[in-house]
Design a protein around this ligand. Structure first.
Ligand code: FES
Length: 216
């Protein structure tokens, strides 16, 4: 006769307590509850995905708002200043020197400002010529406005702030605290309908540096 294995006295059928009640973690036939740790993982994952989906429109809005700041500054363009026939004869022994304000359509990251004053240039025309040279009137030392000093003997430029002085061609008169000569600008004379227009590619440069570095 075969031996019949006996269940231990303190253990009932599988999945049931000795009294027939469901074991911890079991809730009877047909019912299923995830273990607490897995449930927490799903809740955290759902919250994370919800957060990402919710942040996407916000991030897009911020990107659109900041977009103008990310765009590169466009290159300086030529600004009409005067015409050759309006430039008078030499005002000193060796040249005509005149001061011209420069206005331009300025634009910052979000707004446009038409015809804003952006600086000034000295136009220099050596006596007996039609060659025009343009010097930025801002001192390269710390950005003060450079004065013109002229007499029968000639002309020079002088900065009232820290006494930097410059020859008529914009080069420094030593000793000089300015780290570089006056900033020369590209100047063009273009014929238009029989008139010779003088235009300048106007730029301001960073003060206090030896090299000409455009302001951003
Ligand atoms: S700003 Fe011109 S000398 Fe200092």
């Amino acid at each position: 006769m075969d031996d019949i294995p006996l269940a231990p006295l303190n253990e009932g059928p599988r999945g049931r307590s000795p009294a027939g009640a469901p074991r911890p973690g079991h809730h009877g036939p047909g019912s299923f509850q995830e273990p607490p740790r897995r449930s927490f993982f799903y809740q955290a994952l759902t919250a994370l995905i919800g957060g990402i989906v919710g942040l996407a429109p916000l991030a897009a809005g911020v990107a659109v708002y900041l977009d103008p700041l990310r765009r590169k500054k466009t290159a300086a363009s030529a600004v009409p200043v005067t015409s050759l026939d309006r430039i008078p004869d030499a005002t000193s022994a060796d040249a005509y020197v005149g001061l011209y304000k420069i206005t331009a359509n300025r634009q910052d990251a979000w707004n446009q400002y038409p015809n804003e004053p952006v600086g000034a240039v000295y136009l220099v025309v050596p006596k007996g010529t039609k060659e025009v040279k343009a010097l930025n009137a801002t001192c390269p030392h710390l950005g003060c406005f450079v004065d013109l000093q002229q007499s029968d003997k000639g002309y020079t430029f002088k900065c009232p702030c820290h006494t930097s002085a410059f020859h008529g061609d914009g080069s420094r008169i030593m000793p000089c605290v300015s780290p570089r000569d006056m900033d020369e600008l590209k100047c063009d004379v273009v014929e238009r309908n029989g008139r010779f227009d003088v235009s300048v590619v106007f730029e301001n440069f960073q003060p206090g540096l030896e090299e000409k570095k455009p302001k951003t």
